[in-house]
Write a protein that binds this ligand. Sequence first.
Ligand code: C5P
Length: 227
Amino acid sequence: MKKITIAIDGFSSTGKSTLAKQLANVLGYVYVDTGAMYRAVTFYAMQNNWVSENHLDKEVIISNLNHVNLKFQYNADLGFAEMYLNDTNVEQAIRTLEVSQNVSKVAEISEVRAKLVQQQQEMGKEKGVVMDGRDIGTVVFPNAELKIFMTASAETRAERRFKELTEKGQRVTFEEVLENVQQRDYIDTHRDDSPLVQAEDAIVVDNSTLSKEEQFNLVLQLVNDKI
Ligand code: C5P
């Protein structure tokens, strides 16, 4: 069976990573969560006080990019790869609302994008990869055999993210989460470099109305048509 590249893009909290992980496990493909990479760079910048709610030290972030070493390491118990920043596991630390509130500002920086896109292209060069993000089908792998664009209403997405965060014990309100989802979508779709747009040849999956299982079966069928 031929190996293909599967690009999954879309708005925040549309369930991209759940779908991508399921697909990668069933197909025996590598899963790459590119959002985790932008989150890890943001976490690094936050630790150094280069980004916060009201400021962004863009030039300092750029000049320190060579000190950021990102790695995914597979965790067999979890069934997916966790994010390591300079050899420290940051998988939990990068999922907080604080990181979510800063990440889109850091992801606007072209130098950050160039570095991460190059690593993503390297990770996917052998195909057999499911990669999710915002610019995978448009910039990272414009020739991907299958491109999915995921969407759902902002409320559905905020509810999902709110549940996820509170289940992990984080103290957030639904309104904060909804505001963050809407703010990230705005920045992600309006930035100059690699804005979030649907690739012309992407297939739209709106999961406001689909169960996880229906969504998975639908996309698996699309994969089977390609391999
Ligand atoms: O996918 P996730 O919601 O974890 O991504 C966090 C943020 O990282 C996005 O809101 C976006 O600003 C940025 N991102 C990006 N390009 C990607 C993946 C994520 O700009 N390919």
